[in-house]
Design a protein around this ligand. Structure first.
Ligand SMILES: Cc1cc2nc3c(=O)[nH]c(=O)nc-3n(C[C@H](O)[C@H](O)[C@H](O)COP(=O)(O)O)c2cc1C
Length: 136
């Protein structure tokens, strides 16, 4: 059974380095995810990341091992980790919606509210937002 993992984190990338850093992250993510059969989506605001990863538990664990130790962000909090029957982003080794500031308007409240109590609601809303941005 494949699984889906959604986490949020705080960005440590300086605003003036963000565009360049995101290009690096997405390029590495796409090629490594492709070789591991991982798919998903990444949202970046000025201050936070939200990322959904889909794949075998082993592949997700491998990618998350690197991601959770990446010094470009901190406070990595997994807000959903569950078995899935089919993928939401099967065609995307890592869909990236760009540094759309308008997205921050929707994402920031969810992230600032990422306390354990609100995980299920926030996970559902973040996933729906990613789905809409990527799949239309
Ligand atoms: C917000 C964020 C998202 C990332 N997403 C991925 C990803 O989906 N897949 C991936 O292989 N690396 C991703 N990375 C990069 C990894 O942290 C790491 O730099 C890269 O996988 C190389 O791994 P290594 O340093 O263990 O060789 C991400 C980094 C950040 C900061």
């Amino acid at each position: 059974m494949e699984k889906s993992l959604l986490y949020v984190s705080k960005s440590l990338i300086a605003p003036d380095r963000k565009a360049e850093a995101m290009r690096d992250i997405v390029m590495v993510a796409q090629s490594r995810n492709m070789s591991l059969g991982v798919t998903g989506a990444l949202i970046a605001t000025d201050s936070h990341f939200a990322q959904l990863l889909e794949g075998t538990p082993e592949a997700i664990e491998e990618v998350m091992g690197s991601i959770s130790e990446d010094p470009r962000h901190t406070d990595v909090q997994v807000i959903q980790d569950c078995a899935i029957e089919r993928r939401r982003f099967p065609k995307w080794s890592m869909a990236y919606s760009g540094l759309a500031t308008y997205v921050a308007h929707y994402v920031e409240p969810l992230l600032s509210d990422a306390s354990v109590d609100h995980y299920p609601d926030n996970a559902r809303q973040l996933t729906r937002l990613m789905d809409k941005l990527v799949n239309g």
